[in-house]
Structures are given as structure tokens and as C-alpha cells.
Design a protein around this ligand. Sequence first.
Ligand SMILES: Nc1ncnc2c1ncn2[C@@H]1O[C@H](COP(=O)(O)OP(=O)(O)OP(=O)(O)O)[C@@H](O)[C@H]1O
Ligand SMILES: [Mg+2]
Length: 352
Amino acid sequence: MNPVHGRSDDLFPDAAGSAPYPVAAAAHGPAETTVTAEPAFRTVPASVDAPSPGSPPSTAPDPAIHCRDLVRIYTAEGIEVQALQGVDLTVTRGELLAVIGVSGSGKSTLMTVLSGLDTATAGSAVVAGHDLMRMTRAQRVRYQRDVVGFVWQQASRNLLPYLTAAENVAMVLGLAGRSGRRARIYELLDLLGVADCADRRPEQMSGGQQQRAAVAVALANEPELLLADEPTGELDEASTAAVLEAIRRMNEDLGVTTVVVTHDPEVASHVRRTVHIRDGRIATETMRRTEVGPDGRPVRIAEEFTVLDRLGRMQIPQDLTESLDLKHRVRLTRSSDHLGVWPQRQGWEEQQ
Ligand SMILES: Nc1ncnc2c1ncn2[C@@H]1O[C@H](COP(=O)(O)OP(=O)(O)OP(=O)(O)O)[C@@H](O)[C@H]1O
Ligand SMILES: [Mg+2]
């Protein structure tokens, strides 16, 4: 087990389906509350090199993922789409991270860039010491084969339909030319709770079993990074919980850095750190931890941070802009230890 990041409270599959936050009175898991101390949304310091919440301290070993100002512009029929508009993201080795955002916000684009399947238009991206912006074609192939494992939302993209689960894993191991294949195949399928599916083809397995077998395939080469793009998007609640529990266990037992994309805030509420992508940028991060409450019972704390980028830009969460009627222009007021953001209103000065 990874001694630093392998936390059994990273995911609470038994609480899946319970309200996320504020205050999730999960029947079997600890209650969760959002820290409400002022300010409700804390910003990271304005220093240029300020680490985002959860970033490793400067003495930490190299992060698994380090992206700065990552931009991806697609051009189709003369129209430009800025799918990523300056993503800054640091993921510590061994971390389990959820990425959440509405459709079209850039989640898959980020995943395909991190997986080496696509190249960003500008910025920097270093994964496990590999500079994704400077790889040759041959290095890229090796990177995809040895450094990352990928799980797609569509189970049909993850497994070859005419091979059994064991053969699907074997094929990856065969490509990598590893020895001790047979034992490793069954060990992996067993770890993912699908050893009984070893001799079944995908059509003979449920969606959840297929996705767990897909995780086994993705992990076969012992990658340093596991990327899963909506791996539970096609599954029902019970299968979702089983797949997420399998991913959590892999992260904990093997220490493999894991990034899971999800549409589902419920899913994201079960990991310790969630980044929220909005319009191609990381808008907010939510950090969760468990503390002992005054009554001695564990309490889940969720703190949401607005991310300030190196140019001083931050996105104010939509629920706040709407409820405070913030639009177009806002006034900033400076205090010794915080910044106030006010709607532009007629006669505002008189109110001060
Ligand atoms: N190959 C492409 N060519 C042109 N535009 C693209 C391409 N791929 C994605 N886009 C556009 O980039 C933006 C981000 O797409 P992306 O697939 O990353 O979103 P997403 O957050 O994964 O959405 P979803 O939740 O629906 O999967 C969208 O506006 C999308 O239309
Ligand atoms: Mg997507």
C-alpha cells in the first residue's frame, strides 16, 4: 500500500448516492460538512509560484502531473474551438483525483493530452518526468505503452470483443514482452474482482465487469498513471460503485496515480480532491478530509477553493455570480487580509 496517499477514506462506495455536501448524513459513512468560515471560497495567494491547494510543498518529489498554461485549440472547417484555455494542474504521485465539469468543458481533451494521444497547442505538460510537448513519435508510442493506462467510457473501446478478459490482459502483457504473464493476468483480474470472468468474452460480462476488466488491461503494464474518462458513464448505480471501489483499491494497493473524469458530482464527492473544469480552465478545487467532531464521530469536511491562475484570473462559481447578481463588471474592495467582490450597483459609493 502506498504509505502516503493510500487512504481508505478516498472513496466511500457505501455512501454512493448520498448527497455530497453540505452536510451529507450518510447512513454508514461519516457526515460531511462544508467549511463555512469566511470566506466561503478561499483563493490561493496571488504569488506567481503559489501552489494550488493540494499541490506538493516545494520539497516534495517530482509530481506525477505538472501542467502549466495548457492550451488546446481545435480547428475544424475554419472555426477555432479553445477546448483548453490555460490549464494549470499539479497532481502528486499516488494521488487519486476526480475531474468534473459540464459537457464540452474540456475534460476529455485534457485526458487525451495527458495520455499522449493528442498534443496540446501551447503550454507545458510533464507526466512522470516525460515532457509531453517535446516527445518524438517513438517516445510517444513508448509513453502510451509503458507510462499510462487508459480507460474509456465506452466499454466496447476498452476490450477486444473476440478475446476473453484474460486474453485481453495477456495481449497487453505480450506486447510489453513481460514474463510471468499467466500469474500476473489472474492476479490483476482477481484484484479487480473479476477473476471469474477470466474466460469470458466481453459480451458474456456485465457492463461493470467489463469496465473492471478494462482497468486490469490498463494496469497490465504497471503504468505510472491511470486515466479513466467517465469509466462509469454507462453504468447503473451498483456497477458504478463496484468500478469506483476497484479503482480506489488499485490506487491504494498499487500506489498508481489516478485521474478519473466524471459528470457525476456524487462520484466526485467521494474522493479527497476534485478539480472542476469550466470553459477549458480549472475553476475550482474541492479538498475533502475527515476530522473527529465534537461528539467524537467522524465528520467529513469539504472545502472549495477558487483557483487563481498566474495571470491573476479566477472564475467565480456560477451559483455565486447568480445569487449575488455579479455580472459584466464587479467592484473589488481591498482589506488587509481579504478582497471583497461587489456587484456594480447604482449608488454603490453612497452605501459605503
Ligand atoms: N476533434 C475535435 N475537433 C473540434 N472540436 C473538438 C474536438 N474534440 C473536442 N472538441 C470541442 O472541444 C470542447 C471540449 O470537448 P471535450 O470533449 O474535451 O469536452 P468534455 O468535457 O469531455 O465533454 P463531455 O462531458 O461531453 O465528454 C468542446 O467544445 C468540443 O466540441
Ligand atoms: Mg468527454
